[in-house]
Ligand binder design. Sequence first.
Ligand code: GRF
Length: 187
Amino acid sequence: MRVGVLASGDGSNLQAILDRVHGRDGIEVVAVGSDKPRARALERARAAGITARAFEQSDRHARDAAMADWLAGAGVELVVLAGYMQLLDAAFLARFPRVINVHPALLPAFPGIGAVEQAVAHGVKVFGVTVHFVDEGVDTGPVIAQRALELPGVADAETVRAALRPIEHDLLCEVVLAIARGAVRIP
Ligand code: GRF
């Protein structure tokens, strides 16, 4: 299964995929794209010998079309959003039936950016991670997997984020492996 990853930031989820999933069970990460040319994720990809490219088009639809052409040219079958901080348009999603995203909250609670800050502000005691299929909405696609973490006494977002990060890595890798094995029903 040929995998393309899109990431806007540090790329720790990408790194987990590269370390634990890439080269296993027929899974190959073949392309890593970003809307941010300075994203550390691009450096991580190149360090692993994977083609990486930034798409800086200010028009979202132009960027999505260019990324879709590039990913399709690489034969990508699964697109993983690993901290990709843009929405994908309908034309992109029509070309790739399998696009998944990792989100640091138990959806449908706290979609969008600042999910952990929103949860902390609400006084949430059970945090968590969701991996879901991507549709045109903001974190609204069907849920594939979730994992909860009870943190009853924590009141700062940075601590919560740090506690959730390894869970994100585990859950995202598990889902990619499950998709490769045909164990996830595609909606
Ligand atoms: C993660 O918290 C992910 O859930 C969110 O963006 C962050 C990306 O982190 N969508 P990284 O770039 O993979 O380290």
